[in-house]
Design a binder for this molecule. Structure first.
Ligand code: ZN
Length: 143
């Protein structure tokens, strides 16, 4: 494993805007606060959801769309840089009215009903995402 060590930075709690795109909210906040590296968690509820499953053979995200109201049981991941802009990579577990759960890689197009976000900023050299030939994914390249 390649790694970088980070120091503790600022911590924030934030309330996501109604009917915003959850990823745009997270990345927009990071841009406004000049956060380049962070651990991020969100709980709340979404009005509609788009998640993906990465097909390792075909090297594409297969999309799953839920046009329904779901709880965010847990949503966690990191925020680093891609093309020198904050890029959130979040995985999410969602719950329905019967307690069933769905999960995957959170994609743009997921609409917030209510959300509470936690940002744990990490101080140090920012990680940059770039195309990885082996996986076809935008992985950290300066690590
Ligand atoms: Zn992912």
């Amino acid at each position: 494993m390649r790694f970088k060590e980070y120091g503790k930075g600022r911590r924030f709690l934030g309330r996501l805007d109604y009917e915003s795109d959850i990823i745009e909210e997270i990345e927009g906040f990071a841009t406004s606060m000049d956060i380049t590296t962070a651990y991020v968690q969100v709980i709340g509820a979404l009005k509609k959801v788009k998640i993906g499953y990465y097909d390792q053979d075909e090297r594409v995200y297969k999309e799953l769309n839920f046009d329904r109201h779901l709880e965010i049981i847990q949503c966690a991941g990191n925020l680093t840089l891609k093309d020198n802009k904050p890029k959130a990579h979040l995985h999410i577990t969602l719950g329905d009215e019967e307690g069933n759960t769905f999960s995957g890689h959170l994609m743009e197009g997921s609409v917030v009903f209510a959300g509470e976000a936690y940002f744990d900023e990490l101080r140090g050299e920012p990680l940059h995402r770039g195309y990885d030939e082996t996986t076809g994914l935008p992985l950290w390249e300066n690590i």
